[in-house]
Write a protein that binds this ligand. Sequence first.
Ligand SMILES: *Cc1c(COP(=O)(O)O)cnc(C)c1O
Length: 434
Amino acid sequence: MASFPPINPVYPSPPEWLQESASHVWLPYAQMQTVPMTLPAVKTEGVRITLEDGRELIDGVSSWWTAAHGYNHPHIRDAVTKQLEQMPHIMLGGFAHEPAFRLAKRLADILPGDLNHTFFSESGSVSVEIAMKIAVQYWINQGARGRHHFVSFRGGYHGDTLGTMAVCDPDEGMHTLFKGVIPEHLLTDIPRGAEGEAAFDQFLKTHAHEVAAVVMEPLVQGAGGMIFHPPETLQIIRRCCDRHNVLLIVDEIFTGFGRTGTLFACHQADIVPDIMTLSKALTGGTMALATTTARAHVFEAFLSDDPGKALMHGPTYTGNPLACAAANAALDLFEKEPRLEQAARIEAQLKRELEPARAVKGVQDVRVLGAIGVIEVDDLKDTEWLKRRFIEEGVWVRPFANIIYTTPPLVIEEADLRTLTDAVLRVLAEWAQK
Ligand SMILES: *Cc1c(COP(=O)(O)O)cnc(C)c1O
């Protein structure tokens, strides 16, 4: 066995607390024998992460797409501090409190159509599990039997729990490794154009009797490799679901809150899903919170004199007041500060500054939507080398699959974004020589 912890090439002398406890934290998506570059962070402010040795990194990832308003935004911090002093938590089973109820009402006001009924949880995966559970019970409550399968798309990602793994892309969801453990659902290609619509329509027609819902990420399949599709695709899927009486779950956990240029990606296609999930930027990267919001007709299928028709779900921390206070404050910022204009400026700048990457050997595609910039390559070759070079350049960029991408905080200034794109192009040029 190799020595543990391994020497960290970008942080050769970690602080004592990290040396002593390296193996005690089982890190996400990491082969722990070689876990190479875990950086001790001590402070975040705006778009910057400060390391224990004083180095600063410009965050090109927004901490997994959460920190839309930059870190430590004073408005969010004040709201959470105030809530912390008054009431950090109370169970929602039996009690109501203003942060959760106000937040649910505000979401109803800004979400498309009659998406008016919100269930709170603490992680994106769980919010998708809840959406799936609602969809299955929606049919059971109406006496329809056997409708417990889901249709999902190649390239999709909806979480890491056992239930959501089953609706992820088979490679991403590791369907082979977990064969026989996770249920098998119906996987198909995301429809594009008239031909795509015909094929998808036929697919749904064949399977509708066994399907509870179609699950999809709108406009961008994020963790599956930042794959884009046009708004028309959402309209096609909505139309086919209507035609064959199947529910549509739209997972806006990544795309929600300005990332694609509009507050929600659904706005660009002018469609209303039956159930929508949100998380990531919901609290601006401050607290763990996720929501599952249903339309009126879905909610009403659970209203009955029969207690057995209620939604039997209740995470311990559901509607946590601190998290809801953070989310309310984050929503204020979309009203008070020009986030969507900032997203549009980021889009224009990314389009300009990433374009030269197209000429680099090994680059397959350069694409930008809202505050998402993607360089797709034939093969990343050495991901660890790339990560190290970005850290040396003073930026935090985390390539995966076959892409180098950036999703900066929406508040990033032009000069900081240029530093980020310059670093990406410089490292990419070196990478092409490898
Ligand atoms: C991140 C993500 C999830 C899972 O959210 P977690 O909070 O990591 O459980 C689900 N769906 C999409 C589209 C995501 O981007």
